[in-house]
Design a protein around this ligand. Structure first.
Ligand code: NAI
Ligand SMILES: N[C@@H](CC=O)C(=O)O
Ligand code: NA
Length: 437
């Protein structure tokens, strides 16, 4: 007796979709053995069905431009087209029809995840998205399932491969950002619109997804403070190198115990460049690799490391989700849904505490150092160390580099505004948060 196949609709045949189709066709016998039924792609949505797509291994008549019709005829809908629409409408329709959904679309989940998770729960189907954060690295399932009995207190890491590739290349070769970005795009790491990577929005959406799972709270992309890498100059990278540091774009989500009126913990989620000592484990993360630390009450520190971008690594996570959903279809069950019971407040960025490195260019005149240090003191920002560069003979300017103790973002912002207006200050050349230095 032959077992009824599990039917799959593939929405999008780009970098990731092509790798997924190729593996599902090439290793059909293994997938059948792992699932307990054949896993068959019954249609693949494309913009142009006449284009040659032989590298997918799929017969030409599988390709279609009829999205609505395709979604209706599959047990599992695999969304790999990206963007919020029509992806959201198609996923909604699939869930309402009782299909399981696998997606890699962090942009969509960061914005509309809570509604879609709810819909999946109401219809008793799986909505899986391992590829949406940190590509191939198993991170979503550990947070959602393996750590479900523990209490996560912090998630911190590099979750965007493109920006890590760029920062690493700039650090090692002195190349400029635009040239390295083109290389990251050609390797299939960057988003269709790479501004999502360099402006931090891709990491911002991933941070929202991670924080939601970690803290059982609905966190959306718009709740996450975000600064990308466009403001970083080659001089910032060089200055970091001279100081024995690197600059990395980090996503940070932490549970913060608050003193004060209503007490109770809140959640702080942010994405921004961070200055790290070269000895810090995250400083050694090269190219498009990702690495994420998770801190929990019982397990302590966990580190997840691997390829965060690229067709094949991302396909690995998508295929794992397809097998997971297909096994559930065979056994007539489905996985657990997302929980948002804790409903913790999202704290404003002004309340987050960080150490800062502030570089200021000043006229090397008597009293200037006192005026700049007073600007820190007036806001209650304590200076840990200060270094003065050599006075330049051509213009009489010198650079001052201050390292602060932990300070609230709002106090630091006011300090920087005050320093900019001081008479002997020509510019505040950089303001960076620091970790582990
Ligand atoms: N490339 C990577 O390293 C990773 C990508 N992702 C996510 O995976 C998804 C797919 O990414 P890629 O494969 O890199 O993108 P891609 O741009 O290479 O592929 C997307 C494909 O979908 C097609 N498409 C988009 N809208 C369509 C529509 N309305 N009708 C028909 N076809 C349509 C496009 O023509 C394109 O061929 C995105 O959500 C992305 O954020 C997640 C992790 C890593
Ligand atoms: N553009 C993303 C792809 C994976 O999510 C990245 O560079 O990390
Ligand atoms: Na992952």
């Amino acid at each position: 007796m032959t077992t009824k196949p599990i039917t799959v609709a593939l929405l999008g045949s780009g970098v990731v979709g092509t790798a997924v189709a190729r593996e599902l066709t090439r290793n059909a016998a293994d997938f059948e053995a792992r699932v307990g039924a054949p896993v068959q792609i019954v249609g693949a949505l494309v913009r142009d069905a006449s284009k040659d797509r032989s590298e997918t291994g799929l017969p030409a008549d599988v390709f279609t431009t009829d999205a609505e019709g395709l979604v209706e005829r599959a047990d599992i809908v695999v969304e790999l087209m990206g963007g919020t629409e029509p992806a959201k409408s198609l996923i909604t329709k699939a869930l309402e029809n009782g299909a399981s959904v696998v997606t890699a679309n962090k942009a969509l989940l960061g914005e509309a995840g809570p509604e879609l998770y709810q819909l999946a729960m109401e219809h008793g189907v799986d909505l899986s998205y391992e590829a949406a954060v940190a590509g191939a690295i198993p991170l979503i399932r550990p947070l959602r399932e393996s750590l479900a009995g523990d209490e996560v207190t912090k998630v911190l890491g590099i979750v965007n491969g493109t920006t890590n590739f760029i920062l690493d290349k700039m650090d090692r070769t002195g190349a400029n950002l635009e040239d390295v970005l083109a290389e990251a795009q050609s390797l299939g790491y960057a988003e269709a619109d790479p501004t999502a990577d360099v402006e931090g929005h891709d990491a911002q959406a991933k941070a929202a997804i991670l924080a939601s799972l970690a803290f059982h709270t609905r966190v959306r992309t718009s709740d996450v403070h975000c600064e990308g890498i466009m403001g970083l100059t080659a001089e910032d990278i060089k200055a970091a190198r001279r100081a024995g540091c690197v600059i990395k774009l980090l996503a940070i989500a932490e549970k913060v115990e608050r003193d004060g009126a209503d007490g109770g913990p809140g959640v702080n989620v942010r994405v921004h460049p961070v200055l790290l000592a070269r000895s810090h484990p995250l400083a050694t993360v090269r190219e498009a690799f990702n690495a994420v630390f998770v801190e929990t009450k019982l397990a302590g520190e966990l580190m997840f490391y691997g390829r965060g971008a690229g067709g094949d690594p991302t396909a690995s996570a998508v295929l794992g989700d397809i097998v997971h959903a297909a096994r559930h279809r065979v056994s007539g069950s489905h996985g657990a849904g997302e929980s948002a019971y804790a409903n913790l407040p999202i704290l404003p960025i002004g309340e987050s505490l960080t150490r800062y490195v502030v570089r200021v260019e000043v006229a090397d005149e008597p009293g200037v150092l006192g005026r700049v240090t007073s600007a820190f003191g007036d806001q209650g920002v304590s200076i840990e160390s200060m270094r003065q560069g050599v006075r330049r003979s051509e213009d009489g300017l010198a650079s001052l580099t201050f390292m602060t103790h932990e300070a609230p973002e709002s106090a630091l912002a006011t300090t920087v505004d005050t320093i900019k207006k001081l008479p002997d200050v020509t510019s505040v050349t950089s303001v960076l948060r620091a970790e582990g230095i």
